[in-house]
Design a binder for this molecule. Sequence first.
Ligand code: PMP
Length: 346
Amino acid sequence: MKEQIKAYNSVLDLIGNTPLIKLNRITESLDGNFYAKVESFNPGHSTKDRIALYIIEEAERQGILTPGDTIIETTSGNTGFSLAMVSIIKGYNCILAVSSKSSKDKIDMLRSMGAKVYVCPAHVSADDERSYYNVAKRLHEETKGSVYINQYFNQLNIDAHYKSTGPELWEQTNGQITHLIACSGTGGTLSGTAKFLKEKNPNIRILGVDAYGSVLKKYHETREFDSEEIYPYRIEGLGKNLIPTATDFDVIDKFTKVTDEESAHTTREIALKEGLFVGYTSGAVVQALRQFAEEGEFDANSNVVAIFPDHGSRYMSKVFSDEWMNEQGFFDSINREEVQKIEFIK
Ligand code: PMP
């Protein structure tokens, strides 16, 4: 008998089981052992592949979705890309309402993956009819045979990580993980993974990363929604101007807030020190890790896992563009990292 051809049936078979990679130079001065769960190894290059596949397959199991139907979502880019990818393989249409804060590369990528994209103004309140939440809701009402993924308010977002990211980390660390640190947007990654890990060992510390300009940290501490906390910021996918039900605040021990500028420099530093070309929120998570270290969270025995949500190629016109960094005034800072100069051969 001939040997079988070793091929995957489609890209969907490659979702999840991402590697855990030790951080070496970037955490050199800190006490403890630091590891990154590098989610850009998913075929759609982000952690959102997990929830896209899980939520769509759950809808199929419940008989809500049949081929030819339409998937609708609000997204800063990554969830949209993952939904578009899964839609292609499974035969669905995909409509995405995105924030005008999203980079042009991200929007072009979504269109290249067959999605219909609506760009909505970023700096309007969540209840404004032009907000991407309300645009998606309206499109869902107007489109027959459509499913609204609604990642901020969908329990399945938490379940996807409870069933995949959590068990993977427990196994990869042989149960020796002491701290989980992740950015919170919808909160699905952080709270779903945390819920699984806390069930295994309630002593594991769960550390959340929020942005200045977002309400999550204050809500975690006071259970009060404070609109005074809200102002525009640059990082996409991190923090929020509302309280998502996909965040289980009870499993999170502590939050810290990070700035656009420090996170941007740290993102560039990860590439230069670890050879890992990852996105803006990966920089945010390492920046937060440093802040938590200063607060005395870690000691020599700590095994800290940081989630790196996506790939650097999505930020070529932002964090990895010198022009963009200049426009933001980020190069005025004293900690400018040493990026090689271009030499032109004449
Ligand atoms: N980083 C990036 C780049 C994201 O797109 C998101 C999702 N909004 C997050 C982090 C946060 O993940 P979650 O929504 O699971 O909290």
